[in-house]
Design a protein around this ligand. Structure first.
Ligand code: PRX
Length: 647
């Protein structure tokens, strides 16, 4: 499964207990209470989940919770509900219609406050438009938008009709959009003319236009006007949001669907060139995101909660839209870049809107450290009461900076470990109950049974590194890879039958705290973006000058990991800095700018085993400018190493 042995290298041992003032008001205020609930959740999961499910609004309440025939999981399967009703209607009916659901700030500076009532009305209008176009439950809808309130409207309108959305991150380029829409077989696309990003306009509709030249399943495109630059228009296919959505009734009957009805597909990178369409279903996903949002972020009515992720990733799905909105929270959404107009923008936003909870990524925190303390120090951040981190291991230095400079030493930090596939947070401290250790995601959430095992699946002793697996099913787990059940079974349940394999290496310390060290497969995490090296390799080898390519991650202080591509050229091509730049650009056009290799190294040959497998362990050392250690006797041609080392 992997060539590398996992070593646990972190020796961080500071402990930060929950501040007593925080614990006193917290939803879960002591370690004992956490342990009582956790025990209940794993000793009697059926009763635990059925009781929790009663918190949702059902058209038909379920009578049982779990069906588990690994890897087949179903939750609440005889129940029926609608996800958008749980995020909107029930709050309006409870008298919260005037509460702000989305507090939005555009990059140019405008502010919009969308109440729960307004959000429900706009969702209903869009749902009515989709219905009038013939959308039926189960149809797939591609969403390619920026960070505007309408992206949440689009997702919830799909949920209202039982349509399956697939949100494609706005940084993806036309070819990547095309592949995803084709894989999903989308009938509709919702997009916008452009998005504001770093003072410029990022054109979105033109990427869709280009992609759709090769997506026969798409019938209609709904286009929101945001940036107003001239765009092409395909008569009969394209519909202007303002014109067509505005004309609809603001009342739309929700489609009542079964608990296991698909809610969305989200494409994520795996170990082959083809992205995986992770499929999540309705009730289990909703309950998982709703409970974790409430307990991990300790949500209260007066919170202004800001998750800085893009809606195009799972964090945006679960913790901008479904988790917080199902709790009737006020969610801050920001459209643009953190350094527009200057490096203090995030802190201006916190000060202006009195943000109380901030959830961001380690890569952003490291960027803020680099920009200098003066930016946060000039602003009043006293409204903050809780900080969160997600997406990659957070190095203790960044943790402590976040705690001191942003949190003023008073805010607990929740380091949340989870994945696109897990749907919701799996491990995290509960901020009023669990003492934190910088760099550790601490303890499992209710119902989650993580284990650290060796290659044969045996549990390793405390303190030793190993592979992170999950033993029991949990409500928000992925149900399949869309259209590829075999890949689902092999990728997640192939290594350890009956147990979910995360692809991460981790260790558990003597106190039972978990430390996730990162991927052990060929997935890399660049600035919080998950990328499959195989995807980038297949883009590179599609270039006419490239014979072979191997892409690896190298540790990077700012981005977590940076991509280094080793490229062997075809006979006719000559290595040159110009060609390296061209190849980088080629990947940017193919996949998106965020996937560009940081460095392209031309190599006469790539190191391979006798069976022809590229030895990535060697390339990883070389990428990091280290002499490869360990066994190189499996190399088919040992002189390759000298050639790569320039000897
Ligand atoms: O390696 C882990 C890392 O991010 C991977 C999942 O990436 P993705 O599906 O894009 O979801 C990211 C947002 C949930 C994991 O396999 N990861 C995520 N959170 C953490 C983390 N690594 C360490 N600590 C975390 N808190």
């Amino acid at each position: 499964m992997t060539e590398q042995t996992i070593e646990s290298v972190s020796h961080e041992n500071r402990i930060f207990p929950p501040p007593p003032e925080f614990a006193a008001r917290a939803r879960i205020g002591s370690r004992e209470e956490y342990e009582r609930l956790y025990r209940e959740s794993i000793e009697n999961p059926e009763a635990f989940w059925l009781a929790r499910a009663a918190e949702l609004t059902w058209a038909k309440p379920p009578t049982r919770a779990i069906h588990w025939n690994p890897p087949e999981a179903r939750f609440f399967e005889d129940g029926e509900l609608n996800v958008s009703v749980n995020c909107l209607d029930r709050h309006v009916e409870a008298g919260l219609g005037d509460r702000v659901a989305i507090l939005w700030e555009g990059e140019p500076g405008e502010v919009r406050r969308v109440t729960y009532r307004e959000l429900l009305e706009e969702v209903s209008r869009l749902a009515n438009l989709l219905r009038s176009l013939g959308a039926k439950p189960g149809d797939r809808v591609g969403i390619y938008m920026g960070m505007v309130p309408e992206v949440a409207v689009a997702m919830l309108a799909c949920a209202r009709l039982g349509l399956v959305h697939t949100v494609i991150f706005g940084g993806f380029a036309a070819d990547a959009i095309r592949d995803r829409l084709n894989d999903a077989g989308a009938r509709f696309v919702i997009t916008q003319d452009g998005a504001h990003r770093r003072g410029k306009i990022l054109p979105l509709k033109p990427q869709v236009d280009q992609a759709l030249t090769a997506v026969p399943s798409v019938e209609k495109v709904i286009v929101l006007e945001r940036t107003r630059q001239p765009i092409d228009w395909v008569e009969g296919r394209d519909l202007a949001w303002h014109e067509h959505v505005g004309a609809q009734s603001s009342d739309a009957a929700p489609a009542i669907v079964s608990a296991e009805h698909p809610l969305f597909i989200l494409y994520t990178s795996g170990t082959t060139g083809k992205p995986k369409g992770v499929l999540h279903t309705s009730a289990g996903y909703l309950l998982g995101t709703s409970l974790t949002a409430r307990y991990v972020f300790d949500l209260r009515d007066d919170d202004i909660y800001w998750c800085t992720a893009d809606v195009g990733w799972i964090t945006g799905h679960s913790y901008i839209v479904y988790g917080p909105l199902s709790n009737a929270a006020t969610v801050l959404m920001y459209e643009g870049a953190p350094n527009q107009p200057d490096e203090g923008r995030f802190w201006d936003i916190v000060q202006r809107h009195r943000v109380t909870i901030l959830y961001t990524a380690p890569t952003a925190i490291r960027q803020f450290i680099r920009w200098g303390d003066e930016h946060p120090k000039k602003r009043d951040l006293s409204s903050l009461r809780l900080l969160g981190s997600v997406g990659e291991p957070i190095n203790p230095e960044a943790w402590v900076w976040y705690h001191e400079v942003i949190g003023g030493g008073r805010c607990p930090i929740v380091d949340t470990w989870w994945q696109t596939e897990t749907g919701a947070i799996m491990m995290s401290p509960l901020p009023g109950a669990i003492a934190t250790k910088p760099g550790s995601c601490c303890v499992p959430f209710f119902g989650v049974v993580p284990k650290i095992v060796d290659e044969r699946g045996h549990e390793v002793p405390a303190g030793s590194g190993g592979f992170l697996v999950i033993e029991q099913p949990w409500p928000s787990m992925l149900r399949t890879v869309y259209g590829d059940e075999k890949r689902f079974r092999e990728s997640y349940f192939g290594a350890y039958p009956g147990r979910y394999f995360t692809g991460d290496g981790a260790r558990r310390d003597e106190d039972g705290y978990f430390w996730v060290m990162g991927r052990v497969d060929d997935v890399v995490n660049v600035s919080g973006h998950r990328l499959g090296t195989a995807e980038i390799e297949s883009s590179l080898v599609a270039h006419p000058d490239v014979a072979e390519a191997a892409v690896v991650g190298r540790p990077d202080e700012l981005k977590g990991q940076a991509l280094v591509a080793f490229v062997t050229l075809k006979e006719h091509a000559e290595p040159s800095p110009e060609l390296a730049a061209k190849l980088s650009e080629h990947v940017a056009n193919d996949i998106g700018r965020f996937a560009r290799p940081e460095e392209i190294r031309f190599a006469p040959v790539l190191p391979k085993t006798r069976s022809g497998k590229i030895m990535r362990r060697i390339l990883k050392s070389l990428a990091d400018n280290r002499v490869p250690e360990g066994d190189v006797t499996t190399l088919e041609d040992p002189s390759v190493l000298n050639a790569l080392l320039g000897k």
